[in-house]
Design a protein around this ligand. Structure first.
Ligand code: UTP
Length: 291
């Protein structure tokens, strides 16, 4: 079945980025010249999906506004003849059809997905976390949709992480059945050190069968008192099987200060106008650091 919709949960509190995120959603923090959420939406669109369901909370209206028309701004730019900027602003609002749904309390990622059932219904869908950036030649969501097409089962994106960092992630164990594709045999949310030998960590991209909703309904609060998507995925695995895919590309956790800085440096180096100048600046900076 064709995947037509993407869910982007943006209802988290962003506590790792306080005080920056006290009044501004972390998804609106800028990486070079665009908010992180725009990179996410551009990846979704480049993967062939035009309907986006944002899971929002109070204080997150800047995200919805970013993808809406802005009559005053567009009129002003047109009157001033700033046609390049006008095109840029229109491009953003034309990217997607947005539906927003409220998560009334931040009860976890699993809960954020659960509240989308009325708008997703009975069809497979993609989930992309609003602060998880992937820089890839082929959009990560597109890579995952190809795996979903081939195996006709839900797919989670994974990357290898150092074993001593595994406790910070949802971890999968499984057998590699095709290049980079694993049949999942076990999932553990934030395993205590020594409880899993796997270094395959789930990152913020999923293609899910609608059966995830019945699995979420059975899922009790887990690690941190939150309804964990990983726990519901384990039910889904038992019910109908689940695959994990080691995507090709670089992933940055832009909701974390270090990940955000890494994303900024890498996207600046790749930027068409700034890249060369920024590289020369970094080279000079590094040379001075070595002195
Ligand atoms: P994170 O754990 O990265 O987001 O959740 P957070 O809770 O905002 O971050 P910190 O830890 O306090 O800094 C991953 C994604 O799931 C969403 C977040 O917005 C983020 O995109 N999320 C998380 C929800 O939508 N609702 C929740 O209850 C929890």
């Amino acid at each position: 079945m064709n995947v037509r919709k993407a869910v982007v949960p943006v209802a988290g509190l962003g506590t790792r980025f306080l005080p920056a995120t006290k009044a501004i959603p972390k998804e609106m923090l800028t990486v070079v010249d665009r908010p992180t959420i725009q990179y996410i939406v551009e990846e979704i669109v480049a993967s062939g999906i035009k309907e986006v369901v944002l899971v929002t909370a109070s204080g997150k209206s800047a995200i919805e506004n970013h993808f809406d028309y802005s009559f005053e701004l567009e009129t002003f730019l047109a009157q001033k003849g700033k046609m390049d900027l006008l095109r840029e602003v229109r491009h953003i609002s034309g990217l997607i059809e947005v539906v927003s749904i409220r998560q009334k309390e931040p009860l976890g990622l699993g809960h954020a997905i659960k509240v989308t059932e009325p708008v997703i219904g009975n069809e497979p869908f993609v989930v992309v976390l609003g602060d998880d950036m992937v820089d890839a030649t082929v959009p990560c969501v597109f890579q995952m949709l190809k795996v979903f097409d081939k195996f006709q089962k839900s797919v989670v994106a994974i990357q290898k992480v150092p074993l001593d960092e595994a406790h910070r992630y949802g971890i999968v164990e499984g057998e590699e059945v095709a290049e980079g594709v694993y049949k999942v045999e076990r999932l553990i949310e934030k395993p205590s050190p020594g409880t899993s030998k796997s270094d395959l960590a789930i990152i913020g991209r999923y293609v899910l069968s609608p059966d995830i909703y019945s699995c979420l309904n059975r899922t009790l609060p887990g690690v941190g008192g939150e309804i964990q998507l990983t726990d519901a995925l384990d039910y889904l695995r038992k019910k109908q099987g689940l695959y994990a895919y080691k995507f090709k590309g670089n992933r940055y956790d832009a909701g974390d200060k270090m990940g955000y800085l890494q994303a900024t440096v890498n996207y600046a180096l790749a930027h068409s106008d700034l890249g060369e100048r920024f590289k020369a600046y970094l080279q000079k900076l590094v040379a001075n650091l070595d002195e």
